[in-house]
Design a protein around this ligand. Sequence first.
Ligand code: BJW
Length: 249
Amino acid sequence: MTEDWRGPYMVRGKFMKVLVLTGAGISAESGIPTFRGSDGLWEGFRPEDVATPEAFQRDPALVHRFYNERRRRLLSPDIEPNAAHRALAAFESQHQDDFLLVTQNIDDLHQRSGSQKILCMHGELLKARCMDSGECFPWKEDLGLDTPHPRYPNRLGRLRPHVVWFGEMPFGLPTIEQAAAQADLFLAIGTSAVVYPAAAIVQWTGPHCHRVEINVDATPASQAFQQVIRGKASSEVPKFLQEILNAAQ
Ligand code: BJW
């Protein structure tokens, strides 16, 4: 399964196109629970009760509570980016060709680390979206059924978390598809590869692309990667990216 990445990398020189996909595993060591781990975020919540448009219609108060708790936790002082987030931002700043970081995470830990070219395909927890106009607003407070609209204070409860629920279309798919087709290196970090279309991105890469998975466990997609690194993101991501930068010198 493991193949030395220096082959394709050195043939193409240092100006390679890099696409990175991150999932909940990269933020686990920052204190944000993953979705499907044993201490997972959805322990006690069924996904269909909190992460679908139907759930929100049925019981908006419950869904708001789920996201309010996560927003408060994200904003607590003990949550901060870890070495993997920081290494990706540092790599981006030193890499001289195309780079795109696609994250499924709705936390803002990549942004806090300084990542610039980032596409949040499942939305952002620190934004609220008007259900009528689609307009988004930066948001750090709780949302609820009595939350006034920032522009029209008499309109209450028309804001929802700016996140992508099951059955909704993720953001930026054409951009992601194009970046995948052109990528020389695809790096998937800390994602279980069970949620689509994110899980299919590896299939959208071209035959020339070197595909690397970094995860503590195997995933249903592991076979699609030439190089599989088993370990924690905070140690393996900085190591891997530094090797690439060293090889490009
Ligand atoms: C570490 C680590 C460490 C831990 N270091 N690693 C049947 C078949 C196929 C598809 C479907 C189907 N039925 C329905 C669908 C579609 C559905 C879907 O995929 N369902 C599956 C569950 C079957 N998908 C959708 O509905 C999507 N929309 C859609 O398909 O639209 C139509 C469409 C049509 C055609 C083209 C394109 C689109 C929308 C999906 C929205 C997902 N939303 C959520 C919630 C977002 C808001 C929120 O955060 O609350 O997104 S669900 C949840 O899962 C969240 C995550 O982003 C997503 C992925 O989870 P992730 O990040 O992989 O986390 P975990 O917990 O699963 O895994 C963590 C991993 O880290 C593990 O592997 C650990 O081992 C590892 N790890 N610690 C490294 N320290």
